[in-house]
Each structure stands twice: as structure tokens, then as C-alpha cells.
Design a protein around this ligand. Structure first.
Ligand code: GRF
Length: 205
């Protein structure tokens, strides 16, 4: 079994899609252990505990340096038995950049989802970036996390059309539907040992 720690900052709909897939028996090798948020008001915290009975923890960042914050996160994850040798950390709308120390600790055991087809439009407001650039296709990317911003090996991508008259909101909603399919699928691949990373390529076995 792979023990999952999920990090969120707000709505947590991607977390919900992962936990729903696990509950439905679609990711049999994943065991959700903890959901951590940097925001005490994150709606996803209630969803995790009330809908799925998963433990939650809030770690506030005020007054902490990035490295010290991340040390607290590592401690909370390890306390919940999410460790580099048995675990997977899923960033699901976690609105903080994580430190190189955290990335190194959980080397190639951290996944993220991004609402664009990387390497296009990394960073914030990816959907708006796509609209403003005028691309006709966008989508989402699930990738391993490395030291850069949205730059690690790509596990899978799903596309959606960008249509005339799209706003940031309408495009985000269309992409989100695909995110909710893609993230659980990537977690399943990881937990089944079907991903092998060589350099920047994540091969599917
Ligand atoms: C998603 O669009 C995700 O791609 C991005 O942040 C958003 C989080 O949404 N990283 P939610 O909290 O999972 O609903």
C-alpha cells in the first residue's frame, strides 16, 4: 500500500476526486492518511473529514521561513506515516512553493496538478495566460515535482478546446472536469508502480 498525504489550500475539488476514487475502490493500492492545509478556512478540510473520514491538519505559515514551514509539514506527514519509502504527497491546489529540502526529502514522491498543458503557462492564472495568448487547445498536466515551478517530469495530460468567448472561469471549469479524471489516474499509476522516471521523462510501464 502507498500512504497518501494531500496538501490543499482552498476548495479541494481535486482532493475530493482522489478520495472519491479511492472510496469507490478505483485506486486499491492507495491509503489516504492525512490532508494538510496552510489555510484554516480551506473548504476541502471539511470535505476530507466529514465525507471521507480522513484526518486533517492545519499548518499556518505566518512568521515561518519556507524551510521551517516545510520541516513542520514533513513532521506532520511522517507522524501520519507518509514517508519517502511508503508514501506519496499530492499537491492539490496547494498555493505555496515548496522548498528544495522538501522536494529532496520526498524525491519523485510528490505529484502536482497544473491547469495548463505544461511547459506552456506555468505559474499562477494559467487559464488566463492561455486565453490571453490565444491558444486553441489547453488542458491540464499531472507531473512530478522537482525544484522548479511546474517543471517536473510529466505523467499525463488531458486536453480541452479553448472556444470563442471563453472567460477565465469558463475555461477553468472545462479544464477542471479533466483534472478530476487525470489526477486519480496518475495516483493509480504511481501506486501500482507503473511510473519510471529517467531524466525528465516519466515512462509509463
Ligand atoms: C486547480 O485548478 C489545480 O489545477 C490548481 O489549483 C486548482 C485547485 O482546485 N493547481 P481545487 O482546490 O482542487 O478545487
Amino acid at each position: 500500500m502507498i500512504n497518501l498525504g494531500i496538501l490543499i489550500s482552498a476548495r479541494g475539488s481535486n482532493m475530493d476526486s482522489i478520495l472519491a476514487a479511492i472510496k469507490a475502490g478505483r485506486i486499491p493500492r492507495a491509503k489516504p492518511q492525512i490532508v494538510i492545509s496552510n489555510n484554516a478556512d480551506a473548504e476541502g478540510l471539511k470535505v476530507a473529514s466529514e465525507k471521507y473520514g480522513v484526518s486533517t491538519k492545519v499548518i499556518l505559515s505566518e512568521g515561518l521561513k519556507r524551510q521551517d514551514y516545510d520541516k513542520k509539514m514533513i513532521a506532520a506527514l511522517e507522524e501520519a506515516d507518509v514517508k519517502p519509502d511508503n508514501g506519496l504527497v499530492c499537491l492539490a491546489g496547494f498555493m505555496r512553493i515548496i522548498s528544495p529540502e522538501f522536494v529532496r526529502h520526498f524525491k519523485m514522491k510528490i505529484l502536482n496538478i497544473h491547469p495548463a498543458l505544461l511547459p506552456s503557462f506555468p505559474g499562477l492564472h494559467a487559464q488566463k495566460q492561455a486565453i490571453d495568448y490565444g491558444v486553441k487547445v489547453s488542458g491540464c498536466t499531472v507531473h512530478f515535482v522537482d525544484d522548479g515551478v511546474d517543471s517536473g517530469p510529466i505523467i499525463l495530460q488531458r486536453t480541452v478546446p479553448v472556444v470563442e468567448g471563453d472567460s477565465e472561469e469558463t475555461l477553468a471549469a472545462r479544464i477542471l472536469e479533466q483534472e478530476h479524471q487525470a489526477y486519480p489516474e496518475a495516483v493509480k499509476l504511481f501506486t501500482e508502480g507503473r511510473l519510471k522516471v529517467e531524466g525528465r521523462i516519466a515512462h509509463q510501464l
